[in-house]
Design a protein around this ligand. Structure first.
Ligand code: 4NP
Length: 158
């Protein structure tokens, strides 16, 4: 199973989701069965580590994001991943515009799996400290819901 988290810059929200989902998979002994990556719609930050505010907020919850590097969403991602999960509606629209007309991958909003239907993880980039905490709170909920979904899929293909 392969999961790709998608946001705008790949330096705040989607690396947070990648790091927190990796930790959860490690804790549950599922890291070998699920591949995780993240990317951005834009190319402004390609090659950069996550934003320092994001790294510090994640580190306060015990998640180290310092090894991650930003990359841009690529056309072949639609064939390489089972789930491409957008952080907000703009990311989802941009992702859909790039997707091939026929794809087996699930393209959707990340928080749909958290029981937060149609909700976005708000972009924290131009805001204050509180925005980064909100990202972490929402991502924590989202990765738990996503894990429940993935566990069902893994049971049906052991
Ligand atoms: P992200 O946040 O999409 O969560 O990584 C952003 C990072 C950078 C920019 C926008 C959003 N930017 O405009 O550079």
């Amino acid at each position: 199973m392969r999961v790709l988290f998608v946001c705008l810059g790949n330096i705040c929200r989607s690396p947070t989701a990648e790091g927190m989902f990796r930790r959860l998979l490690d804790e549950r002994g599922l890291a070998h069965r699920v591949q995780v990556d993240s990317c951005g719609i834009g190319d402004w930050h390609v090659g950069k580590a996550p934003d320092p505010r994001t790294r510090e907020a994640a580190a306060r919850r015990g998640v180290d994001l310092s090894a991650l590097r930003a990359r841009q969403l690529a056309a072949d991602d639609f064939g390489r991943f089972d789930y491409l999960l957008a952080m907000d509606h703009d990311n989802l629209a941009a992702m859909r515009a790039l997707a091939p007309s026929e794809t087996d991958a699930h393209l959707g909003l990340f928080l749909d799996f958290a029981g937060l239907s149609d909700r976005a993880v708000p972009d924290p980039y131009y805001g204050g400290e509180q925005g980064f905490e909100e990202v972490l709170d929402l991502v924590e909920q989202g990765v738990l819901g996503l894990l429940a979904e993935i566990e069902v899929r893994l049971e049906s293909r052991p």
